[in-house]
Ligand binder design. Structure first.
Ligand code: HEC
Ligand code: HEC
Ligand code: HEC
Ligand code: HEC
Ligand code: HEC
Ligand code: HEC
Ligand code: HEC
Ligand code: HEC
Ligand code: HEC
Ligand code: HEC
Ligand code: HEC
Ligand code: HEC
Length: 274
């Protein structure tokens, strides 16, 4: 604190008044008596910026001015409270260096992550850590604050990665990936076949060109839920065709050679010839 922070020249008089009142016998004897004379409103005369900050962003600290600063220099020199005076008995309150994250007690929820941080986050968030550990990937080796550079920040994947193809929508990543387990590729029914086609171009083109009705079936309806899953034809079709043919044939693929192009082979035109 220096005198440049004192905005109004008249406030020098105010300072003298405050200092007089605070250093008077009332302070030594009875803090309550001082508070009766020096109210939180008075502070604004000399500490305008801090009072304003507290009013706008002080959150739960807003009404606590006089409870935190019980006294004033020069009568009292130890007027900066420790956080532990009021915050105790939770894992989070055992962390060292409160002020390194809560950089300003007058706006306690403006939080800065200036170091590599992981352990402190785990005093409140455990699920993400469990996911990162149970599903090892390069992400598991990064600090939480590598991706979350301030609290509650969500970075889009494309800040660090490129989409798989030019046709892929940059925001579509979460359709298949979760940030804390990125190698576990799972998806719902809304992922478009074009996105699968980013990597499986041949299959995508074959399916788009076939005249079989599978053309209209989205990839994710057959390969449901998780990447690499292969469906059984019977899941959707049961066991079709007259029972006799099953004496000669065992598998659907004996005639319908390829799921992506059902009528591509001679066998598939075979009309159950004996
Ligand atoms: C008349 C002007 C004036 C008023 C009114 C005033 N202060 Fe101050 N305050 C100062 C000055 C000047 C300093 C710097 C003093 C120093 O460093 O020795 C200061 C320093 C402080 C400090 C820092 C102490 C430290 O150890 O760094 C705190 C905390 C403080 N004031 C709180 C308050 C509160 C709370 C009020 C209202 C109840 C208040 N002040 C009212 C002028 C004022
Ligand atoms: C929750 C407790 C708390 C409340 C409420 C609070 N302060 Fe503070 N204040 C602190 C702490 C802790 C510091 C020391 C900050 C640091 O070390 O960076 C501080 C520092 C200061 C300082 C000196 C450093 C600076 O930034 O200039 C002043 C002046 C001050 N407070 C004034 C006030 C005034 C005026 C109010 C009320 C209108 C107020 N404070 C409310 C905890 C509080
Ligand atoms: C005079 C008592 C007191 C002191 C000293 C104090 N706090 Fe608080 N603080 C409170 C109270 C009361 C609340 C609201 C209830 C709660 O969350 O425990 C609060 C709430 C908070 C909140 C949440 C704010 C919100 O609106 O939800 C943060 C963050 C916080 N304090 C950080 C700190 C830090 C960091 C320090 C030390 C620089 C500190 N406090 C010192 C009393 C204090
Ligand atoms: C690594 C950074 C970090 C450190 C160090 C840290 N905090 Fe926090 N603190 C946070 C974050 C992030 C939140 C969550 C804020 C939110 O809910 O938006 C938080 C929330 C809080 C809250 C409000 C929620 C609650 O649990 O009541 C209080 C009070 C608090 N901190 C006090 C402290 C105190 C006291 C210390 C030192 C003993 C401390 N913090 C150290 C990052 C930190
Ligand atoms: C004191 C407890 C506390 C600490 C410590 C804490 N957080 Fe949080 N965090 C919260 C709370 C509370 C929320 C809000 C949860 C909600 O809305 O469901 C939150 C939300 C988040 C969100 C989600 C934002 C969203 O839009 O869903 C992210 C990301 C986050 N925190 C990251 C971190 C990181 C990284 C750290 C460590 C550097 C950390 N947090 C430390 C309490 C904390
Ligand atoms: C802050 C940067 C950052 C963000 C944001 C980010 N990543 Fe990563 N990711 C990396 C780094 C660094 C690597 C390792 C080098 C590489 O493969 O590019 C990586 C690797 C990966 C890997 C391969 C992992 C392995 O072990 O081989 C996948 C998959 C991945 N990221 C997916 C995502 C997805 C999906 C998102 C969004 C939810 C995302 N990433 C967000 C930085 C980031
Ligand atoms: C590679 C970047 C990256 C790393 C490392 C990372 N996160 Fe995240 N986090 C994200 C992204 C991106 C999201 C948005 C949700 C998504 O895409 O899955 C997110 C979401 C969150 C959320 C919101 C709730 C949720 O689970 O979706 C919290 C809380 C969170 N992260 C905390 C953490 C913590 C704690 C750590 C460290 C143990 C961590 N994150 C490590 C990128 C990362
Ligand atoms: C349709 C599902 C799908 C979507 C959408 C998707 N991915 Fe992937 N991604 C995958 C699959 C599957 C793999 C694993 C390929 C393998 O096994 O080699 C992968 C692998 C990755 C990798 C690891 C390295 C690499 O390139 O092979 C990164 C990084 C990645 N994805 C980032 C992203 C980002 C960023 C987005 C959004 C723009 C995204 N993904 C969207 C399915 C998808
Ligand atoms: C990032 C590129 C990428 C994307 C996007 C992608 N795949 Fe793959 N896929 C691969 C790679 C590489 C393989 C072969 C290696 C493996 O099995 O993981 C593969 C293998 C497969 C397999 C065969 C597994 C086996 O056992 O033979 C199926 C089925 C599959 N993918 C379906 C899909 C579907 C459906 C989508 C869209 C939801 C999709 N893929 C999106 C890269 C991708
Ligand atoms: C996810 C469900 C699903 C799976 C798995 C599936 N199909 Fe289909 N199939 C369909 C749907 C939907 C149609 C179109 C029905 C319609 O439009 O009448 C269809 C149509 C067909 C047709 C008629 C094609 C035409 O062009 O007339 C044949 C033959 C067929 N499927 C064979 C198979 C075979 C063989 C497999 C395994 C390789 C298989 N299906 C796997 C859903 C599925
Ligand atoms: C009607 C169901 C169905 C649809 C739609 C479908 N597949 Fe398949 N796919 C299968 C079946 C069944 C297999 C197992 C091999 C076979 O029977 O031909 C398979 C095999 C695969 C394989 C591994 C072997 C190969 O042929 O490369 C990949 C990769 C694959 N599908 C990707 C895709 C993609 C990408 C799409 C969308 C463009 C898609 N599939 C649409 C049913 C389907
Ligand atoms: C002996 C060769 C052969 C075998 C084996 C075979 N199919 Fe067929 N399938 C055909 C032929 C040929 C047609 C066209 C019939 C027509 O047009 O009348 C057909 C038509 C279909 C149709 C569309 C017509 C309808 O009945 O709705 C479906 C669906 C079908 N097959 C599914 C399957 C499934 C599933 C399997 C394995 C369980 C299978 N087929 C095994 C030759 C075969």
């Amino acid at each position: 604190m220096n005198l440049q922070n004192i905005s109004n020249p008249l406030s020098i008089c105010g300072l003298m008044l405050v200092l007089l009142s605070l250093s008077g016998p009332a302070m030594a004897q009875d803090g309550a008596a001082v508070q009766a004379r020096v109210r939180a409103e008075d502070c604004t005369k000399c500490h305008e910026a801090i009072v304003l900050t507290l009013q706008l962003r002080g959150k739960a600290h807003q009404p606590l001015c006089m409870e935190c600063h019980q006294g004033h220099p020069p009568a009292d020199m130890e007027v900066v409270p420790s956080c532990g005076r009021c915050h105790r008995d939770e894992a989070h309150f055992g962390l060292p260096g409160c002020i390194s994250c809560h950089t300003d007690p007058h706006q306690p929820l403006e939080i800065s992550f200036t170091r590599d941080l992981t352990a402190p986050c785990l005093t409140c968030h455990t699920l993400q850590d469990e996911q990162l550990r149970a599903n090892p990937s390069v992400h598991s080796r990064l600090a939480c604050s590598a991706c979350h550079t301030y609290h509650r920040q969500i970075q889009p994947c494309q800040n660090c990665h490129r989409p798989h193809s030019d046709t892929m929508d940059a925001g579509s990543c979460s359709g298949c990936h979760q940030a804390h387990m990125p190698l576990v590729v799972s998806y719902g029914e809304n992922v478009v076949s074009e996105d699968c086609g980013s990597c499986h171009q041949a299959v995508y083109q074959t399916l788009a060109a076939t005249w079989s009705k599978h053309r209209t079936v989205p990839c994710v309806r057959c390969h449901a839920g998780r990447h690499g899953m292969i469906p059984d034809c019977r899941d959707c079709h049961g066991v079709p065709h007259p029972p006799e043919i099953w004496e000669k044939f065992k598998e659907c693929r004996d005639c319908h050679a390829a799921a992506h192009d059902l009528w591509a082979t001679e066998a598939s035109k075979n009309k159950f010839a004996k």
